[in-house]
Design a protein around this ligand. Structure first.
Ligand code: MN
Length: 259
């Protein structure tokens, strides 16, 4: 099995290193990741400057590793389109330092990178651990390896796009694993304002409001000490919004010409 690993915390993040060390026990691993932290950049890609790549040997010795002067999504596109010539079986993004839950998957660079793999027809997993005194990265890495093996043995469909989050708990204290759906919840929902003596400044800050304690959601599962596995999909092109009547378009062009 051959696995492409990326992340959004940057090529030298501990989560990436621990993940690669674990995965190399069960697969051939190639790492292509941003040269610095690019968290919360979603699936942004770089179109207005060239992308530079550097081969790196120090992340996990013996593992083919490239550092990209670009975003997580750039890294996956470059890897699948140029750097990795033989067939890839799985794309894993992470292990992110901090959970990626609910609406935040839309801004997560970890999920954005996995999405690029999924859109190109590869099974893709984004994996994150909730903040805590100890991130328990080793446990998350083992879970990633376990899921990879399930894909390899066809116990899991090859057509998956999973968002996996672990609570900040030692394995012995984790209560279970839940298949969840995304909560309608974002942690970047508040703007703090201040003055630095010269001018005003603004901070987008985390203030999670737990008004959505639906037990089927990822936020609930992780807050209750469970591993959350959310199957994601990309339905935007196929499901038109039902709230827009088809009649909107019947005279729209005529209306526009008269406007
Ligand atoms: Mn990150």
């Amino acid at each position: 099995m051959k696995i492409l690993v990326t992340n959004d915390d940057g090529i030298f993040a501990e989560g990436l290193r621990v993940l690669v060390k674990e995965l190399k026990n069960i697969a051939q691993v190639v790492v292509v990741a941003p040269d610095r932290e690019r968290s919360a950049i979603g699936t942004a890609i770089t179109l207005h400057q060239p992308l530079r790549i550097q081969k790196v040997s120090t992340v996990v010795p013996g593992v083919e590793t490239y550092s990209v002067e670009g975003t997580p999504a750039d890294s996956v596109i470059l890897a699948l389109g140029k750097l990795v010539e033989s067939k890839i079986d799985l794309v894993i993004s992470g292990i992110n330092h901090g959970a990626n839950l609910g609406d935040d998957v839309l801004i997560s660079g970890t999920v954005g990178a996995a999405l690029q793999g999924y859109l190109r027809g590869f099974p893709a997993i984004a994996i994150s651990v909730a903040w805590g005194d100890n991130l328990h990265l080793d446990d998350a890495a083992k879970l990633a390896a376990l899921l990879a093996k399930k894909i390899e043995s066809n116990a899991l469909s090859a057509n998956i796009f999973l968002n996996v989050n672990l609570p900040a708990l030692p394995l012995a204290k984790i209560r279970g694993a839940k298949i969840t759906r995304l909560a309608s919840d974002s942690h970047i929902n508040t703007v703090d304002e201040g003055h630095d003596g010269r001018q005003e400044y603004y901070w987008l800050v985390r203030q999670r409001i737990n008004n959505n304690m639906d037990k089927k959601t990822d936020v609930w599962a992780v807050e209750q000490g469970n591993i959350s596995i959310t199957p994601l999909h990309v339905n935007l092109p196929r499901k038109p919004s039902p709230s827009i009547p088809h009649s909107l378009c019947s005279n729209l062009l005529q209306e526009l010409r008269k406007y």
